[in-house]
Design a protein around this ligand. Structure first.
Ligand code: E4P
Length: 218
């Protein structure tokens, strides 16, 4: 499973890229607002440079197909790495179909059911993003939905890749991997948490102390 960073914060993208573990980035209007990314297109261009070759998702905000397609073309012109994030609505999937014919990659977002994912794949989505955390928040089984979607994509050989999104903690990442998701898009805080284990910290401390003791013996 690949790991993407779910962030529009350039410092976070730079740090995560430096750790060598991310191969793409997803953004959304909320993340851009949080990062105070006033020049949205410039931020997307900078993210592309920080994660060379990786898919970088940027979301459209129009509600109609023509508006989405227009926005998508403008975003795709920023860099070939840009993938267009489009909500799973009838207008959105009509845009996905049109963009697929133009060779523009899409990430169908705000997916909360297997039925929605099937429609996205049928329209020719490159990626589909089920939101685990938001489903858990309303008492549903987010990882269960990811598992179902992966099963359907594999059974019917859809080329659409599943991005496990709305990840809240490390166990969501492990669960997404066990469910067979192609990608997990992970917030910076959770990415940092993935490194952590008390025995790793203790082990480093112990090796350090023993090494220093050895220097005193010499
Ligand atoms: C997906 O691409 C979204 O950016 C994201 O994962 C949203 O998650 P949230 O529920 O933390 O806002």
């Amino acid at each position: 499973m690949k790991i993407f960073l779910d962030s529009a914060d350039l410092n976070e993208v730079q740090a995560a890229a430096g750790w060598g573990v991310i191969s793409g980035v997803t953004t959304n209007p909320t993340l851009l607002a949080k990062a105070e990314a006033r020049d949205f297109k410039e931020v997307v261009a900078k993210i592309c440079r920080l994660v060379p070759g990786g898919p970088i998702s940027a979301e459209v905000i129009s509600n109609d197909t023509a508006g989405m397609v227009q926005e998508a073309r403008e975003l795709a012109a920023i860099d070939p790495q840009v993938v267009i994030k489009i909500p799973v609505t009838p207008a959105g999937l009509a845009a996905v179909k049109q963009l697929a014919a133009e060779g523009i990659r899409t990430n169908v977002t705000l997916v909360f059911s297997t039925a929605q994912a099937i429609l996205a794949a049928a329209a020719g989505a490159t990626f589909v993003s089920p939101f685990i955390g938001r489903l858990d928040d309303i008492g549903q089984n987010g990882l269960g939905v990811v598992q179902e979607i992966v099963t359907v994509m594999n059974t019917y050989n859809y080329p659409t890749e599943v991005i496990a999104a709305s990840i809240r903690h490390p166990q969501h990442v492990v669960g997404a991997a066990l469910a067979g998701a192609h990608i997990a898009t992970v917030p910076f805080k959770v990415l940092r948490q993935l490194f952590e284990h008390p025995l790793t910290a203790q082990g480093i401390e112990r090796f350090q102390a023993d090494w220093e003791a050895l220097q005193d013996i010499k």
